[in-house]
Each structure stands twice: as structure tokens, then as C-alpha cells.
Design a protein. Sequence first.
Length: 691
Amino acid sequence: MSQLQFPFFPEGSTNLTPVLAFTKQDGCITYFTGGLPVFRHDERDLPSFRMITAQFCENGHTKQSEIASAFGIPKITVKRAVKLYREKGVAGFYETRKTRGPGVLTPEVMQKAQQLFDEGLTIIQVAEQLKLLRDTLAKAVRAGRLHVPLKIAQTEVEIISTKSTRSAEDSVAPMGVGAANVPARLAASVGLLGAVTPQFQPVFDVPHGGVLMALPALLGMGLLDNADTLLDMPQGYYGLDSILLLLAFMALARVESIEALRHSPPGEWGKLLGLDRIPEVRTLRKKVAILSGKGKAEPWSASLCQGWMEDLPEVAGTLYVDGHVRVYHGSQTKLPHHYVARQKLCLRASADYWVNAADGQPFFVVNSVVDPGLIAVLENEILPRLEKDVPNQPDETTLEKNPLIHRFTVVFDREGYSPDLLSRLKNKRIACLTYHKYPEPDWSVEEFYPHQVKLINGQIVEMQLAERGVCLNNKLWVRQIRKLTETGHQTPILGTDYVSDLALLAAAMFARWSQENFYKYSRKHFGLDRLIDYKTAEITEPILVVNPAYRKLEGQVRATNGKLFRIRAEFGALNMGLTIEAEQMEPFIQKKAALQEKIEAMQTTLATLKKTRKETKRHIKVQDLPEKDRFRKLSTYGKQFIDTIMMAAYRAETAMANCLHNILPRPAEASALLQTIYKSEADLIPDYSQQ
């Protein structure tokens, strides 16, 4: 028969159970059972701790929850230790942990790599020969697992950096994050350096490095052509070329705004430009303000447009003009209301008029503070510029010999329909294509014949077309071409091009939707409607706007007309033909008389309102507006500059997408692939010996 011992535990011990306790002293943990020490281990010896506590639980001396509570560890840790003890015993806690071996740099690969290094090959050459990532080899060299000759190590391993090493270096740069080129920055700050010369360094995994694939396309679009002579920027650390390329790269990489750069590492963007870092957001905003201030960007934008037209003269012969409403949600000024078709609302907005090619590629844009209408902008601002810039126009001798040929063709929608406009442009020998705003009844189906029409994307489709000569109300004879759809709808087109085949004119007119697609794509990907700055300016031009007094009278006339229509309808509904009792006759007559009085009073009010409206000017100058209705215009200088950058980026991306047409015929697929490339990381390894 065994005798139970009294649990006399040392002073300072912690009880797990009435018969089990432990103490911690001098970095060691001692366990007592019935007052006798049974186990002891170093407090950092976790395998022994797990093994001992698992034995206590398994032998019934304590519970798993008591161990977890006393030592402040998760219950699942104790549970796993008990499971390990049951399955493998004491030895299970001291087994050597199995780790995964090298996945790429196996001993055989390491041996081959070392042999190639000993033969004098560089890291890049060894990586290409063994089909490995250069970063993988560089890390192995830095860790000392591979040995490279000193000359190669100094020129490659120490220079080629990864994103993680650059992040650590940029954070401790002496002149701000990434600003490591101290001598050049100090020289620029005291006026001894005009602009730092870009110097590309070998670097690995640069974010958005794929955007450099678009560099040849951007240069091909003339982004840097004539920039030095037409754009003026004071001396500083950052050169004009670096600023223009940075803004173009931002557009292609879908960086929404200059402020969005705050969330990107400036040193990584700098590597794409051959710099230590890009300018801060505040500095970049100042650079944009200087480059675009007071219309400085207008000659540069016009020079780019002229170059684009000269590069593709056959495309520039047919130009598409359309207005785009840019909604303003700010509170700096109260802009006039415009009807926004895509939202079906009247909102405060300004209007931009774009001139595009048949495939949607933009040439230039005209910003209008107050929308005077397509006809006014077309005649006063767009056509004078086109007459000067469109290449390959017939000379005066050729125009005199053949009265039917024209200089070029402009295409617009029903907003520009005006017989007088068509007549004036015909006198200037400019052909027009537009939709008929007031078409006649449908033509006979027998007049339509199938025609092979080649669309702008090269696809050939069959259209049912018919043609007549029609005389407009100003005695101008024009060609009317109609397209018959499968549903029987007839789309009428008017044109003053008396030479081209009707199939070509139909293809040109229906290509107008490429411009709408350009608006949609640019709003989504290039921030077409985004504000560039929050500046406003006083309107000094004598611009005509709708008179607020006239607009108020117009609303009152419409409201009174509506009320009068409803009262007349009620009056007419009272039918005397119905059988009416004698006692109901008097209320009936009184009601008719009351309605008649209302009608006469409203007719008098309506006549007065119409007379007042007739005497009120419909349009007045902005300067003559009442104080409460006056507004300031949004600054357009910065918008024009950024829009020009966006046009160059859009054209560069379109050119790259056209190169993929044979592989990816759908434009959406090519665009998605290019966007993925622009946002991809890349290794930049310059080879100055091969230029």
C-alpha cells in the first residue's frame, strides 16, 4: 500500500495542480511533483518544454488547458505537442526538421554556373546560357554561394540592384527619398547645371518597366520633336525631355493624375528615365504650370498635329469634328448648363471640340468656355486651322479646272446640319458629310442595291444603298445617300462630295462612331474629363450667352402653355350632349363659366409673357450678365498641354496595337495585352557598347 506524500513546494513556485508545480530561476524551469524535482530544462529549450508538458498531460498529472493557462500559450500548441508524443514519443521532439532543397540552384546547376564564371562569363551570359533569372544568380553571388571574378563582380553584382535593395537605399538617401545624385542636385540648385543627363543603370524588377516598350512609338509620334524650341522651361535638375516622357509614361501606365504619384516609389519611376528619382508632386505640378502657362503649349501642340497629318496625308483628307461635353463637379465657378447625352441630364459643364481621323486617332482639340455650337466653332476656329495644316490640298489652278473636286472633307453629326453652312463650305471647296436632320418620307425599296463597302478596319461588308440628288431650301444641290437596314429603317446622308463613289461616302460617314469610341476609351483610361488644375480666369472675350431673363420668361411661357392646355382639355370634356337634369343644369353652367374665365385670363397672361419675351434679348454678352449669374471660365492652358500628351500616348498605343492586328484582330484584346505589358516589372540592362 503506497502512502500519499504532502505537496510541500518551494517558495515562489506556481501550482499547475495540487500535486504538480514549477519554478523559474536563473533561466531554468524546474518541475516538482509532491515536493520532489522531477524535470529541469533551459527556458529557451522549447523542444524539452513541449516534451515534458506533453508527458504530464498524457500521464494524467494535469490537463492541457491548465498547461496553456499557466504558461500563457495557445491550447492548440499543447494539443499538437501531446499528439506528437503519442505518435513518435520523446524522440519526435528532437528530430531534425526537414526543409525543402534548392528549387532552381541545385548542386548540379551551381557547379555548372561556377564553371562558366571561372571561364570569364558575366552574370547575364551565364543566366542566358543556363536559362535562369539574372536576379537569382546575382543573389547567389551576393550571398557568397557563387564566386565571380573581381572585375565582373564590381561591374555587375554591385551595380545591379533589386527592388528590395533599392527600397532600403532610397529610404536613406541624403536629399530625400531616392535623391542619391547629390553632386548634380547641388550643382543644379546653384545654377551650375542646366539639366542632369539621363544615365541608365542595370537594375532588376523595375515596376512599370514594360512601359519602355512604348518609347519608340512615343518618339515616332514626335513627342520630343521641336519641344526645346517651342516649350520654354527654366534651368533645373530635371530636363524637358524627362518631364514629357514621365507624363507620357504615366498616361500609358494608367496613372490617373499627378497626385497619384504620391503612392508610387519615386526612385523606381526615376529608373525608367535614367534618373535617381522623379520630381515630387508639387515640383511636377509647377513644371506643368510653367510649360502650359499663358498658351505656351499651343504652338507645340499645333506642331505635333501638323506632323501627324503630314505623316498620314491620305488619312488627313477626311476629318471628323464633334463636340464633347466635359462635366464640372467643382465649386470654383458656376458654369452654364449643358445637356449631357451619356447621362441624360443637364449639368454644369464646358465643351471641347475634337478633330479626329477616321480610325478615331486625335489631331487636336478646341476648348470652349461657353458652347457656341458646332457650326460657330467649326467656321471660326477649326476650319481656318485645317485650311492651313491639311496636306496635299489641290492648288488653285487644279480647283479652277475642275469645279467638282474639293480640298478636304469634314464629317459631323446632325448638330452641324445647316444648308447655309453647306453652301458656305462648298464655296470654300470644302466637302461635307452629315446626316439629314429633316428627311423626306422613305424611298421605295426598289431603289436600293447591294454595294461592297470597305470599313475603316479593313473589313468588307455589304450595304443596301441608294442615291438621289436633292435641292435644299437654299437652292443648294447635294447628294443624298440612304442606307437600308434589315429592319427597314433608312439612314439619310447628305454630302457635297460630288466625285467619290457612294460606297466610299457611306463608309466615311459610318466611321464617325470611331470618334465616339475614342471619347469612351479616353474617359476610362486617359482621364479625358479630369481637371488638371483648379484655376479660373476672368472672361474677357465678348462671348454671347443666353440671357437669364429670357430663360426665365421662356420657362414661364412653357408653364402657362401647359396649364392652358390642361384647362382647355377639361373644358372640352364637359359634353352638353349628355342628358342633364334640371337641378344639375345650373352647377354645370357655373363650372363651364369658371373654366372659360380661367382660359381667358391665362390667354391674356400668355400674350403678355410672349410680348415681354419678344422684347427681351435672347443672348447677351457675358460681361452684361447680372452679378448673381456671372461666372468665371476654367483655365484651359494646363488642360491643353495634358491633352496633347494624352493624344501622343493614345496614338503610340494605337500604333502598337496595329502591330498586333495579325495576332490579335480584336482591338480590345490588343489593348488589354498592352496595358498588362505597361504595368509589368522589367529588368533594365543597358548595353552602351552596342548603343
